[in-house]
Design a protein around this ligand. Structure first.
Ligand code: IDP
Ligand code: MG
Length: 154
């Protein structure tokens, strides 16, 4: 199934100079970048993005973390993109994340919610998050030259 999903390079990823390293991993895996921008969101916006966590004890910390600097928002497309992207990102808690994943290679502990990246968890979240972060026009349709091999027929 061809899916689209949202990835955020969180402020800690941007501030540590890991934008290129992180994007490279999705790109080289064959996922197509269909939208990308840098944004510095406010708490109101952050509350919408993290609305599912409103009752969690770490909610305030989460809002502080995601608003402490600019983030890079990326819309990715590919076959089973949601699952593939979550695998590339690795476990929420970096100490559990396997080497070879983004969190497993560049983070070692969840300090104040910082684990470099966000990735949509399922189809419903992907749809909600993509429409929050991107306008329809921001997402581009084009062909990657390798997509017959990596995406296949639609
Ligand atoms: P995910 O990002 O791997 O999908 P979620 O459970 O959806 O993980 O949590 C969203 C984000 O909230 C995490 O990526 C992390 O930044 C933060 N977070 C999760 N659990 C904790 C916690 O126990 N303390 C502080 N922050 C947390
Ligand atoms: Mg999540």
């Amino acid at each position: 199934m061809i899916q689209r999903t949202l990835v955020l390079i969180k402020p800690d990823g941007v501030e540590r100079g890991l934008i290129g390293e992180i994007i490279k991993r999705f790109e080289q895996r064959g996922l197509k970048i269909v939208g990308m921008k840098m944004v510095w969101v406010d708490k109101e916006f952050a509350k919408k993005h993290y609305s599912e966590h409103i009752d969690k004890p770490f909610f305030e910390e989460l809002l502080t973390m995601i608003t402490e600097g600019p983030v890079v928002a990326i819309a990715l497309e590919g076959r089973n993109a949601i699952k593939v992207v979550r695998k590339i990102v690795g476990s929420t808690f970096p100490e559990e994340a396997l080497p070879g994943t983004i969190r497993g290679d560049y983070a070692h502990s969840l300090v104040e919610g910082r684990n470099l990246v966000h990735a949509s968890a399922n189809e419903k979240d992907a749809e909600k998050e993509l429409s929050l972060w991107f306008k329809e026009d921001d997402l581009k349709e084009y062909e990657r030259s390798d997509e017959k091999l990596t995406i296949g027929k639609r």
